[in-house]
Write a protein that binds this ligand. Structure first.
Ligand SMILES: [Zn+2]
Length: 183
């Protein structure tokens, strides 16, 4: 089960036909608009506030030429029904989920096989399976132990660019409530 939880196959295949021609083309929100220093930190597509990501995260995650990356800050959009994963702080450029190398948990919260933990390959499917089999989830304690052991690499493996523990915890809680596993 864990061997394929980090394989982006399902999501990429699903999205691929939508954007075959533009997979290597960054989306420019408005080519003619002059660059502005105003940084709203709001996603140009959904209007929600983004979270800054390190340029290393962006470069590791992009499935397009890194020539597209400019010397501006980039932010991560976590809105589930917004196709934008990263956008430039100046609002002039977005990268959508079909331009990212892995499926993004926040964009597909109901897809059981999209990883929640990108370093150690926990997905909603693996978390639910363990809960059903044993009545508890060891995902969080396992991740914490591996973080302490220096085995994680969230900045280059997780599209949000930082630790997954909050997301994993949310998935575990949601399943415990849904499955009604005794606490
Ligand atoms: Zn958005």
């Amino acid at each position: 089960m864990s061997q394929n939880c980090c394989a982006p196959v399902d999501s990429n295949q699903k999205e691929a036909h939508l954007n075959e021609e533009s997979c290597c083309t960054p989306v420019w929100v408005d080519k003619d608009q002059k660059l502005t220093t105003a940084q709203t930190n709001l996603c140009p597509t959904c209007g929600q506030k983004g979270k800054k990501v390190d340029s290393l995260t962006l470069k590791a995650m992009l499935d397009v030429s890194l020539l597209a990356v400019r010397e501006v800050a980039y932010l991560f959009c976590r809105t589930a029904d917004c196709p934008v994963v990263y956008f430039a702080a100046d609002g002039l450029q977005v990268f959508t989920k079909d331009q990212i190398r892995v499926p993004v948990h926040q964009k597909e919260p109901d897809n059981d096989h999209v990883p929640v933990c990108y370093c150690f390959c926990h997905s909603p499917a693996t978390i639910r399976a363990e809960l059903l089999a044993t009545g508890r989830s060891t995902a969080i304690e396992e991740i914490e132990a591996r973080i302490k052991a220096g085995q994680c690499a969230c900045d280059i493996r997780n599209p949000q660019g930082n630790c997954c523990l909050g997301n994993v915890s949310a998935v575990v809680k949601q399943f415990i409530a849904a499955i009604q596993v005794p606490a």
